[in-house]
Design a protein around this ligand. Structure first.
Ligand code: BGC
Length: 349
């Protein structure tokens, strides 16, 4: 009988810390591989029709590969935790409690996904793990005051759990000792054909009436654009490429209609493998990215990943919210607890 959770040691990170790969299993035959390096989800193996196991996320063969020069050059944040601040902060600037902060411009003139060395490149500490009632683990990372120019020592935990409903759940908790800004997310690229082919013919629904307007560098401006009658109207399930721009695909934040975890924020289906994913989240925005900038990159089992090889549904608060007063709060004060949950539920269509 296989254990519900097991792990192997992979290597010592050059900057210190041992890198592990954990495998969570349920009785339905689903397996999820998670590393404490970048809190990366390396694989989600799902027993599809005929009991053939299909890997549902893009990733690399070994954990060492995530440190290879080729990968670091391409750097698409495959399956990684993103922090301290998901997506872009315009010009990397923000103002907090009378002080101006300048973050790294690591994406043209703007700040992307927490900066040069974000949470995706950190060795997280295994805080705890268990099997009861489902396999789970908690990884934690202490981001020191001033790291990437963000204020405050930020203690972050991420808890992963795989249950018998074929749900992979993750939740973030964070606390700070100085007023700071936080907007965490996770960056899995889904592909329901074992990493092969394009995701353009998948069907997708996003429960959103509006998207966030972006400037030429993809920074949100503060304006909401209704989706009705546009290429971004995914209120009814339809093909991803039904009305997309062939050159760019999608890289856009969708503002949810419903709130909280009770209704799916998005549903994605691949007809020929018969796999459906429902996404639930406590977060107000789903950033939908069809991997325009991906690759060419050698991924798992020699598969070459490129644009549209996968799609991301990044759950977070509105990008750049710290610079836009009408957007929800992303400021965290000492004594407060930042807490978010996201669930990927997999099933057969
Ligand atoms: C962003 C893209 C960016 C990508 C990096 C996505 O979350 O929306 O613009 O290129 O991350 O992998």
């Amino acid at each position: 009988m296989l254990k519900k959770i097991s792990y192997i040691s992979c290597f010592m990170h050059p900057q210190g810390g041992e890198v592990f790969l954990f495998t969570l299993r349920n009785a339905k035959g689903m397996e999820v591989e998670i590393s404490n390096y970048g809190a990366i989800i390396r694989a989600i193996r799902f027993p599809a029709t005929g009991n053939k196991s299909i890997d549902l996320v893009l990733g690399l063969d070994t954990m060492e590969d995530y440190l290879s020069p080729d990968y670091l050059k391409a750097y698409p944040y495959l399956g990684a935790a993103v922090g301290r601040y998901g997506n872009r902060i315009g010009r990397g600037r923000f103002h907090l409690e009378g002080k101006d902060y300048q973050l790294a411009s690591n994406n043209g003139p703007d700040h992307l996904h927490g900066g040069i060395t974000g949470f995706d490149k950190k060795v997280w500490t295994l805080k705890d793990m268990g099997e009861d009632p489902h396999p789970w683990l908690v990884l934690s990372y202490l981001s020191p005051d001033g790291e990437e120019n963000y204020p405050g020592n930020l203690h972050t935990d991420i808890r992963f759990e795989l249950n018998e409903e074929n749900e992979l759940r993750y939740s973030f908790n964070a606390v700070t000792d100085k007023t700071t800004i936080v907007n965490l997310t996770h960056h899995s690229y889904f592909n329901f054909r074992d990493g092969k082919g394009s995701i353009r013919d998948y069907n997708l629904q996003i429960d959103a009436d509006a998207i966030l307007e972006q400037d030429d560098n993809f920074v949100t401006t503060g304006k909401l654009i209704p989706v009705a009658g546009t290429a971004h109207d995914f209120r009814q399930i339809r093909r991803i490429d039904a009305d997309w721009n062939e050159e760019t695909g999608f890289d856009q934040s969708f503002v949810r209609r419903s709130k909280g975890l009770s209704q799916p924020a998005a549903v994605a289906e691949c007809a020929d493998t018969g796999i459906r994913m429902e996404l639930f989240t406590s977060e107000p925005v789903v950033h939908f990215y069809t991997a325009r900038w991906l690759g060419p990159l050698k991924g798992k089992k020699g598969t070459i990943y490129g644009p549209y090889s996968g799609f991301c549904l990044e759950t977070q608060v509105h990008p750049n919210a710290i610079n836009i007063p009408s957007f929800p709060n992303t400021i965290l004060q000492p004594g407060e607890k930042y807490s978010t949950q996201t669930v990927y539920r997999f099933s057969a269509i």
